[in-house]
Design a protein around this ligand. Structure first.
Ligand SMILES: Nc1ncnc2c1ncn2[C@@H]1O[C@H](COP(=O)(O)OP(=O)(O)OP(=O)(O)O)[C@@H](O)[C@H]1O
Length: 228
């Protein structure tokens, strides 16, 4: 089963003069790690929103782990997303009053499937993931997320995306707030953890220096031939 398959995906924002997405075909294969590039405003975040089922897309145009995302009701899409997709955004969307560990556990709270995929006790797994991503200080792990630095928040967001081994991890410029060295280190950690959990990764970035870490790079402008 392909983690992501797009077929004749078209999308136009309400009131916009033209399609922002017009993609004939695209596939992300099992365990594949792909970088998605493209100029600002070209539709990269829109594409991730389409794959995550955050926006309304036509039926039979986006398949995630074999499910037709556009064919699901809004409620079922929300359920499907938490079961099968790990999300890391530019803004990490941590709940500031919860601890790092509690933030990482959120997908297990909302998804039985994710919880069942966690072999050990979920809290033990959350701590292991955070440790592997470089967060080890008990104060950092147990204190409120509001007290974390940007780099620490990003690691928590990555651990939250990875817990319960979702088939697909979608990352939208998660390194934009980091310096060069921290970017490379973060991408290496993320890829290692995706490999460990068997998750495929679609990673949006402008940053060509990160390309070397990925199986391949896809230019949205090339994919999106129909919008020209
Ligand atoms: N919620 C929205 N409503 C209407 N138009 C939107 C919305 N979100 C994005 N757009 C438009 O869609 C186009 C693509 O935006 P998108 O954020 O997908 O691009 P991007 O490639 O991710 O850009 P960047 O690299 O700057 O983050 C832009 O013209 C933007 O104004």
């Amino acid at each position: 089963m392909k983690p992501i398959e797009l077929k004749s995906l078209q999308y136009r924002w309400a009131g916009a003069p033209r399609l922002i997405l017009d993609i004939d075909t695209f596939e992300l294969r099992a365990n594949e790690k792909v970088m998605l590039r493209g100029p600002s405003g070209s539709g990269k975040s829109t594409l991730l929103s389409a794959i995550a089922g955050v926006i309304d897309i036509p039926k039979a145009s986006v398949f995630v782990a074999g499910t037709d995302v556009g064919g699901l009701s809004g409620r079922d899409r929300d359920r499907f997303r938490v079961d099968h997709i790990g999300l890391i955004f530019q803004v990490f969307n941590l709940l500031p009053w919860l601890s790092a560990i509690e933030n990482v556990l959120l997908p297990c709270r909302f998804s039985t499937l994710r919880r069942e995929k966690v072999a050990a006790e979920p809290k033990t797994t959350a701590i292991r993931l955070l440790n592997e991503l470089g967060l080890t200080d008990p104060k950092t792990l147990n204190g409120p997320a509001s007290a974390l630095s940007i780099g620490q928040q990003q690691r928590v967001a990555a651990a939250r995306a990875l817990i319960g081994a979702p088939e697909v991890v979608l990352a939208d410029e998660p390194t934009s707030a980091l310096d060069e060295e921290a970017k490379d280190a973060f991408v290496e950690l993320l890829l290692r953890e995706c490999n460990a959990s068997g998750s495929s990764l679609l990673f949006v970035s402008h940053d060509r220096t990160l390309e070397k870490h990925f199986d391949r790079t896809v230019e949205l402008g090339v994919l999106n031939s129909g919008t020209k």
